[in-house]
Design a protein around this ligand. Structure first.
Ligand SMILES: *Cc1c(COP(=O)(O)O)cnc(C)c1O
Length: 395
């Protein structure tokens, strides 16, 4: 891989602290998908040092890698396995004392059997309520009541957390969020009636903290947590890395849509490569596959050893009719020309001063953000960041 990612530990820590300050409640640092492409083993200790007591990963394999990275870190954050579990995951979850998100009886049964067999201490689990996203979780109702009764009867597992996830957190005045809150409160009432007392109640993401429709977006969560004598927590991922979704207005909503924390977040990732070669082309020469770009004048081109296999989206390609993405070489903008190849990309350095073979080219960072790539590629910053495949190092 001929590109690398430099991670700013100071920005990562500052972003975490800004989010925690704005939230005013515990913030779980979400480092699933290899910390959104930043490298979870690099980010986890940095976030723990910044004060994170909870880390969220996608699966057991990520949890094991993150745990290894935390050797010697005190206090060691607890690790939430967020994206469900397969039956074969239970032994590793119990062995490492990970906190799994659960919502079905078979999940609970496989964990309880594993705890019993291992003679292990009770395992803390987090029960996800499907409050209206129809993705993960159990909706309030008879099935949910059955799970609560099962938990009361099985001391191998303790209900450590009760959680839900919002589908439209970045929409100010979202009626979907209002409905989800109501259903989650309904679930909390059932938990209260069961006698179970989770230590944590958690909901929401970066956009929940950022959404300025309410003066204190965490007030609702804090109130709901109090009804169970639990502590409130919000889970933030994208904000840690310096990005957030734009806050949008729900139809008919006339209140504020200001972003509360967006302006304080700074990109953590700088993705770089080096100029591999320079060449001059005459007017009329084709550049790249299918001659999608024809030089209209004499041009000086720089070849970069990265392409779509590294996560540089092919939709950043440029033809004569449409400009695409750009990179920064010595702080100067160099437009991509022609089609991005699997491992190679050509950029226009005509007229740029002092560009030499071996110079660094910034693919993502200050001056060219994941939001820029996302708007050209028709996606969101999340997908751009997760797609970067490069060596990572803290800087
Ligand atoms: C990914 C995820 C988050 C974090 O979302 P961001 O928008 O990145 O802050 C929070 N909760 C759940 C359940 C998630 O899957």
């Amino acid at each position: 891989m001929n590109s690398w990612v430099e991670l700013s530990e100071s920005r990562l820590a500052a972003n975490y602290r800004a989010l925690a300050e704005m939230a005013g409640v515990e913030v779980m640092a979400v480092i699933k998908a290899d910390a959104y492409g930043h490298g979870a083993p690099a980010c986890a200790p940095a976030l723990a040092r910044a004060g994170a007591r909870w880390l969220g990963v996608a699966d057991v394999a990520e949890g094991v890698a993150v745990l290894a990275s935390l050797a010697g870190v005190e206090p060691r954050p607890r690790i939430l396995i967020m994206s469900g579990l397969l039956p074969e995951d239970a032994p590793a979850i119990v062995e490492h004392d990970f906190a799994p998100v659960v919502w079905t009886l078979p999940q609970l049964e496989s964990l309880a059997v594993t705890v019993s067999r291992a003679g292990a201490a009770p395992l803390g689990v987090h029960l996800e309520i499907d409050s209206g996203m129809s993705r993960q979780g159990v909706a309030p109702g008879p099935e949910f009541d059955g799970i609560l009764a099962w938990l009361v009867a099985h001391p191998q597992l303790t209900l450590e957390g009760l959680m839900t996830h919002f589908a439209s957190a970045e929409i100010a005045g979202s009626p979907q969020t209002t409905l989800q809150r109501e259903r989650f409160e309904q679930a909390c009432r059932a938990v209260a009636a069961s006698g179970l007392r989770p230590a944590w109640v958690h909901a929401g993401n970066t956009s929940t903290i950022d959404n300025g429709a309410e003066a204190d977006p965490m007030a609702w969560l804090a109130r709901v947590a109090r009804t169970l004598s639990a502590r409130p927590m919000v889970r933030s991922g994208i904000g840690l890395y310096g990005y957030s979704l734009p806050i949008e207005r729900a139809p008919g909503f006339s209140g504020p849509v200001a972003a509360r924390v967006h302006d304080r977040l700074q990109p953590v990732m700088t993705w770089k490569t080096r100029v591999m070669a320079l060449s001059d082309v005459a007017p009329g020469e084709a550049v790249g596959y299918n001659g999608a770009f024809i030089a209209q004048r004499a041009m000086r081109l720089a070849l970069l050893p990265v392409g779509y296999s590294d996560g540089l989206r092919r939709s950043l390609s440029a033809t004569n009719g449409s400009t695409g993405g750009w990179v920064l070489i010595n702080g100067q903008r160099a437009n991509i020309v022609g089609r991005i190849s699997m491992n190679l990309t050509v950029v226009d350095v005509t007229g740029l001063s002092g560009v030499n073979v071996g110079d660094e080219a910034v693919l993502l960072g200050d001056g060219i953000t994941a939001d820029d790539h996302a708007s050209i590629a028709g996606t969101i910053s999340y997908e751009i960041l997760c797609g970067v495949r490069a060596r990572q190092r803290l800087a």
